[in-house]
Write a protein that binds this ligand. Structure first.
Ligand SMILES: Cc1cc2nc3c(=O)[nH]c(=O)nc-3n(C[C@H](O)[C@H](O)[C@H](O)COP(=O)(O)OP(=O)(O)OC[C@H]3O[C@@H](n4cnc5c(N)ncnc54)[C@H](O)[C@@H]3O)c2cc1C
Length: 375
């Protein structure tokens, strides 16, 4: 009997699980992947892709079909569509197919929730919130705006904000005004990298404004943007790039299975990464968002989910997810330097962060996700 493994989301988490299952079993298993985006998007590199001429589209985006087509054709299916409603009791998911806007109801034996998260402002390219076309258009439009702007405000001084400001400072620090708004008195929520990151950004002529919480933004008659801060100050800029907020893509999941916090409606999982209260439903990556949304955390979770599905198919017991043995937080700051720490204490040299992250910003992983060696 063929078992259907339905995977929702075709990014870091979803592709990892698909490869792990298909590499082990191409017989008696059908993997159906559903993704809003027809392409795998290496979003870690988006911060550099907004600097014109730095990264080509085909380095950033690769068709998901290329990854799946290395397995026997009967063992997989790819649907470009949006998961609209999951029914864990009847083991079905309603999918709105993008091509013709029809709704398909798909039954599964095992379900993987890997629909990740999106930027609070969906027009920003940091995550792919819509289709492939939308994602490409967002990268291109932002790059054109960056090129044209003389004054740029980056709002939000977490990892993404620091990296965006660093890329802009590296390219334009001497020719444009780059301002990074930080709502607190330290970057990265006071993480151990805060002082090093601030020093690196200063070297790139990025102006950091602390205690600057954005209250609202409004377009001006001259085509600029007024950024109004909570203390009443208004900064008028040519380009406003918000990096604040990450929203879990869980709208299709019924309420009891999700966190009740309206600001972070992540899915609730047990120690096996099984969705709490549901049978044969697993989740990994940003949709879980614990201990935080992160690339290495996503990889570790995808590995556990694949292993536990394999166990379920073989009638064995699932394994407890062990998580990452250490917490690594690294930020590239421009194209030649970076900052990072392990467990918020042990500092990494700038050259090391450049070598492991800043040099490629994850683009070196694309072939692993497409070719399958990631799993
Ligand atoms: C700029 C930036 C830099 C980063 N750098 C680092 C780093 O250095 N280190 C680190 O650890 N982490 C980093 N991260 C975090 C990392 O990108 C995420 O943890 C990772 O992308 C999570 O992968 P995912 O597969 O869970 O979800 P996502 O990448 O969010 O992908 C979700 C997928 O699901 C699809 N989807 C969404 N909703 C639906 C739906 N309803 N139906 C069907 N498909 C859907 C989307 O199209 C997308 O393809 C960074 C994030 C950003 C934004």
């Amino acid at each position: 009997m063929t078992e259907t493994i339905l995977i929702l989301g075709g990014s870091l988490a979803g592709l990892h699980v698909a490869h792990a299952i298909l590499k082990k079993r191409s017989k008696n298993v059908k993997v159906i992947m559903v993704s809003k985006n027809s392409h795998f998007y290496m979003n870690l590199a988006s911060v550099r892709a907004i600097v014109p001429g730095q990264i080509k589209d085909d380095e950033l985006f690769t068709p998901i079909e290329t990854a799946l087509s290395r397995y026997p054709r009967e063992s997989w299916d790819l649907i470009i569509g949006t998961a609209a409603h999951a029914d864990f009791e009847n083991k079905t998911v309603e999918i709105v197919v993008h091509d013709d806007s029809t709704t398909r109801t798909i039954s599964y034996d095992q379900l993987v929730l890997a629909t990740g998260s999106r930027s609070a402002d969906p027009s920003m390219p940091w995550k792919a919130s819509g289709s492939y076309k939308d994602a490409v258009a967002s990268v291109h439009k932002t790059a054109e705006q960056v090129q044209a702007a003389q004054h740029i405000v980056v709002a939000g001084a977490g990892g993404t904000g620091i990296e965006v400001a660093g890329e802009l400072g590296y390219e334009y620090g001497k020719t444009k005004n780059i301002v990074l708004l930080c709502s607190g008195d330290k970057l990265a929520n006071g993480h151990g990298i805060a002082t090093d990151a601030a020093n690196e950004l200063k070297k790139l002529n990025v102006a950091i404004k602390y205690g600057a919480r954005v209250q609202k933004t409004q377009p001006t008659a001259q085509g600029k943007t007024d950024v109004v801060l909570s203390d009443g100050e208004t900064i008028t800029t040519d380009l406003y790039l918000p990096t604040i907020g990450l929203i879990p893509n869980t709208e299709y999941i019924p309420t009891p299975y999700c966190n009740s916090d309206p600001n972070s409606r992540t899915v609730l999982v047990d120690d096996y990464l099984r969705v709490r209260g549901a049978e044969d439903v697993w989740a990994c990556g940003d949709i879980v968002g614990k201990p935080r949304a992160g690339f290495l955390i996503t990889q570790a979770q995808a590995k556990t989910v694949a292993k536990n599905i394999e166990a379920a198919l073989g009638g064995a017991k699932p394994s407890v997810h062990k998580g990452m043995p250490v917490d690594v937080f690294v930020c590239s700051v421009g194209r030649s330097r970076g900052v990072g720490r392990m467990n918020n204490s042990i500092k990494f040299p700038s050259l090391m962060v450049w070598a492991i992250k800043g040099r490629t910003l994850g683009l070196n992983y694309v072939e692993k996700y497409i070719g399958g060696s990631i799993a």
